[in-house]
Design a protein around this ligand. Structure first.
Ligand code: SF4
Length: 290
């Protein structure tokens, strides 16, 4: 029988694994980028990133000092009497001192920092009810350097696919070296302004080597990624062939008079992790096995 303390423990362990080790698809994409670069500067930058990842793993320490704010995606079983929300909040509080995580969450106006990454609306949780007999919790620690480069555009339908492409490219050009490239881009298309921003962030949850199931969207993902890698921004903004290692799109139907597009910018430290808490207490970490 799972109790709230089990949720807390699972969240602490999930956050520890997630800030220390990247999902294998991200690491593999970085290795491919290192192989593809020919000039010394981008090679050196990617090599430094790979060394950083290795040292983080060996020392069991976060791969970047900015351990982000904690965005959660939770899927509950049809019946669940545990206070999962409280378990997550207390888990974040404990992880901040136990992992440790940098206390990043502050009041937006007073800038007061409670020191434990917990405040109104943070950690932020997205909720779903599923058919599984386990609780699934995914976390995306999101650093500010990349998040600050994210953008939304409310295009008119007449701007169409051309407008979408121009907006994605101009967002990445404007970001330049600020989000610690190589970047990963989550693109949301459709819905309304708020839905579109959510879709863009949610797109970052899909493994980089998995294309969208809709072939038209999958084609757009590939085309945009190729185009971004012709911009020459390169690793850490110092030039090179690899400006982005991945681009995923999620879409939703929208009003006939709207065409919202959102880009959520992610850095090379594209951290995401999932824990499954089975009702007998067993934990599974599908993205961050040790
Ligand atoms: S953008 Fe990413 S890699 Fe750069 S400092 Fe922020 S979290 Fe770290």
């Amino acid at each position: 029988m799972v109790v709230e303390a089990d949720i807390q423990n699972a969240v602490v362990e999930l956050l520890r694994r997630t800030v220390v080790k990247l999902p294998s698809d991200v690491e593999e994409a970085l290795v491919r980028a290192l192989d593809a670069e020919v000039d010394e500067t981008p090679k050196m930058q990617l090599k430094a990133i790979m060394d950083n990842i290795k040292l983080a793993g060996e020392g069991n320490t976060p791969m970047c000092q900015d351990t982000g704010v904690t965005i959660f995606y939770v899927t509950l079983p049809r019946t669940c009497e545990i206070d999962v929300e409280r378990g997550i909040i207390e888990g974040v509080r404990r992880a901040t001192s136990e992992v440790p995580l940098r206390p990043n969450a502050v009041h937006p106006i007073t800038r007061k920092n409670p020191g434990d990454n917990v405040g109104d609306g943070m950690p932020y949780m997205n909720w779903k009810v599923g058919n599984n007999d386990f609780i699934e919790i995914t976390v995306m620690p999101k650093g500010a350097g990349s998040e600050n480069m994210s953008q939304l555009a409310m295009l008119t339908p007449s701007q169409g696919v051309k407008g979408i492409k121009e907006f994605v490219l101009s967002t990445v050009l404007r970001a330049g070296g600020n989000p610690c490239p190589p970047m990963v881009l989550g693109v949301g298309i459709g819905g309304s302004s708020d839905i579109c921003m959510k879709l863009a962030k949610q797109a970052l949850l899909r493994p980089l080597d998995e294309r969208h199931k809709d072939p038209e969207i999958a084609g757009l993902e590939t085309e945009l990624l190729d185009a971004l890698n012709m911009l020459g921004i390169g690793p850490m903004g110092l030039g090179g062939k690899t400006t982005a290692i991945g681009l995923n799109i999620e879409y939703a139907y929208c009003h006939t008079a709207s065409l919202p597009v959102a880009v959520n910018v992610q850095c090379w430290a594209a951290r995401r992790g999932t824990v499954r808490i089975h009702l007998d207490g067993r934990l599974e970490f599908p993205t961050n096995e040790e």
